[in-house]
Ligand binder design. Sequence first.
Ligand code: ARG
Length: 459
Amino acid sequence: MAEKPWGGRFTQKTDDLAEEFTSSISFDKRLYRCDIKGSMAYCEALAKAGILSREERGKILQALKETEEEIERGEFSFSNCWEDIHMHIEQRLQEKIGEVGGKLHTGRSRNDQISLDMRLYLKEGVLSILDLVKELQTSLVKQAAKYINSIMPGYTHLRKAQPILFSHHLMAYYEMFKRDRERLTDALRRIDVLPLGSGALAGSPYPIDRDYLAELLGFAEISQNSIDAVGNRDFVVEFLSHCALIMMHLSRLCEEFIIWSSAEAGFLHLPQSLCTGSSIMPQKENPDVLELIRAKTGRVYGALVSLLTILKALPLAYNRDLQEDKEPMFDTVDTVKNSLKIMAKLLDGIEVNQERMRAAAAEGFTNATDLADYLVLNGIPFRKAHQVAGKVVQYAEERDKKLEDLSLAQLQSFSPAIKEDVFDYIRIESSVDHRQTIGGTARQRVAEQIKRAQKELAC
Ligand code: ARG
């Protein structure tokens, strides 16, 4: 059994079960690129500080490069014996170049190293999630523009409320995802901080130029407290919480698409290539993709709660508990990316049944508010107008009619303020177009929303 890098003071061999239990290599090996990138920069900083000679620097950089290539080609062998990715790479370095390889860890600890790796990894992860959210927004805007004038029932309490434009409803999601992008972009500022040079917790006795390291590794800032740098993971919590919100937004969209594509609603068809069948019922076309995104939201919430719980009451600075932060983080990056990707694809493939949607919007007295508004325009206070319109609804319902199917005389029996022009006012197209406030469902307003969004997406 090879000796551990930390084995100097040990007289007993590590128990096999403990070795397996404490090892993180099975999941942290995906940090190898970040780890090597960090090590290369650290090698430069050591050389700059006069700790490595030119020759030693060259050897270490070359060995690191080769190690990366070996991992990439699948020729690298991983073993629980070397615990984590940091020790694996360091071990390989020593196999390749002997004792010189052992100089790389001068003044460095795996504690600042792992925080660095995670930050490098998350920076990339966040950038690709930001791109994918943007792509989803683009799909939303495309469909909104395509179906700009389609009217659907708007709901509150999942009961028909007022007619709205389908495009308006889609654009509501555009806004949610816009805030998601803002939050992630903001979180990036706190991820983009270099922890390297903090050592185990107290800083480094070697003259490591941390600004130089930050420049080499592309960090905007350097951490200002070494204890905080190695012990904090709030940058990961923040990331997970913003991802939880993204998934929550996705899950709401999924739920609506599931409802809208049901035979009962019939508002839209999902692309068949993204549906799955039943092994027993030949007629089925199930929205499993949407259901899975909806469910994966739970996974991401779980990751957030898991890390918050890991961190709760954890004394400063580094504790091995912090090793448990990686799986939730990796799983969240994967889950969010996959969910966003397939949701955009699904959105691109939907087909809207515009007639059916419009017909549904015209049912259920969705223009009752418009009748009340009509009365207000004709001098009746809103509370009274609400009551009168309510009575008209009751009257029409008893006769199984819509408001617009009643005769003028029937309507006038509720209020003499009602004139012939009421019929035009309570048409569902009018209902939509009357809502001209900024952000309202009027066609012109939604067209403006779409235009603004297109401009935002172009930059
Ligand atoms: N594998 C460890 C982690 O993920 C790396 C840091 C280990 N540090 C230590 N002192 N044991 O947190």
